[in-house]
Design a protein around this ligand. Structure first.
Ligand SMILES: [Zn+2]
Length: 245
C-alpha cells in the first residue's frame, strides 16, 4: 500500500492528509483480517504487517546545497545522484576522487561523506557493484537540494541513518507460523526476506538477512508450507502478478 508514503512526502508525516491515508490503510487491514476470519482461514493463514521505512520531515532552512561548497564543481563529476533527499551517489572523473572527497568531507556539519570501502556497515548498502565510489548522507532533518529537481517540492524523506528513531518501522505477525502474544526486541528488516522465503518454502536468492534472528517468533513445529521448495524469482513474480502462476 503505497499511498501513506506519497502522502508523507507531499504533505508531511504529521499532516491530516497522511493521517487520513493511514486510517484508510488501517481500515483495509481490518477488512482483510475480518474476511480471513469469516472465511475460516485463521488457523491456516499467517499474516505479516510491516513496511520498509519511517519518514522524517526536512526543514527547508536545513537544505544542503552541494553546488555551493567551496572548490566543488560538477566538472569533476562523471555521474551523480543527489536528488533523493538524504542520500547522494557520486562517480568522480578519473583522478578526481581524492579531490572531490577532500572538498566535501568537512563541507557541512550535517553531511557525511565516505569512500565506498569505509561506508558504515550497519547501512548494509555499499557492498554492491552498483554502488558508486563516493557516498553521501545527511543527518535527519537535512536533505540535499539541487535547484530544478522535482524532489525539491517534497517535505519529507526516508533513507536517513537506520539508527534514527524516525526511520524505524512496524512489524506485526499473526497466524499459525507465529507464536501468540510474543513481544520481541527490535530487529533489522533485512531479516524479513529470509523469514518470508522460509514460510513460503522458497529457496532465497543471496541476501544479507539471518533467519536465526527471527527464529524466536516461530513455533517449534512450523506449519505446512504452501509451495514445494523452488527458486525464488518465478514464485515472487507470480505473487506480484508479473507472470502467470
Ligand atoms: Zn518514499
Amino acid at each position: 500500500m503505497k499511498l501513506p508514503d506519497s502522502a508523507g512526502h507531499k504533505y508531511g508525516p504529521e499532516s491530516t492528509q497522511r493521517k487520513n491515508m493511514i486510517k484508510q490503510v488501517d481500515r483495509t487491514i481490518g477488512y482483510l483480517r475480518q474476511r480471513i476470519r469469516e472465511s475460516g482461514l485463521e488457523s491456516n493463514l499467517s499474516l505479516i504487517i510491516t513496511s520498509d521505512h519511517g519518514m522524517e520531515t526536512v526543514i527547508k532552512t536545513n537544505e544542503i546545497h552541494i553546488q555551493t561548497v567551496a572548490n566543488f564543481t560538477f566538472k569533476d563529476i562523471q555521474f551523480e545522484l543527489l536528488d533523493y533527499g538524504p542520500n547522494g551517489l557520486l562517480v568522480p572523473k578519473e583522478g578526481k576522487l581524492e579531490h572531490v572527497y577532500s572538498v566535501l568531507k568537512n563541507a557541512h556539519p550535517n553531511l557525511h561523506v565516505y569512500k565506498k570501502a569505509d561506508f558504515p556497515r550497519r547501512f548494509r548498502y555499499a557492498n554492491h557493484s552498483r554502488i558508486t565510489p563516493l557516498l553521501l548522507y545527511s543527518d535527519p532533518g537535512y536533505a540535499f537540494t539541487l535547484s530544478g529537481r522535482p524532489t525539491n517540492r517534497w517535505k519529507c524523506f526516508h533513507g536517513f541513518d537506520n539508527e534514527a528513531m524516525a526511520m524505524k518501522t512496524i512489524f506485526r505477525a499473526v497466524g499459525p507460523a507465529f507464536r501468540r502474544g510474543l513481544l520481541v526486541e527490535p530487529f533489522d528488516s533485512v531479516h524479513v526476506y529470509a523469514l518470508l522465503c522460509e514460510l513460503l518454502g522458497i529457496t532465497p536468492e543471496p541476501h544479507d538477512g539471518d533467519l536465526e534472528a527471527l527464529r524466536p517468533m516461530t513455533p517449534p513445529t512450523p506449519p505446512r508450507r504452501p509451495f514445494s521448495r523452488q527458486p525464488c524469482a518465478p514464485v515472487v513474480r507470480s505473487l506480484l502478478g508479473l507472470v502467470r502462476p
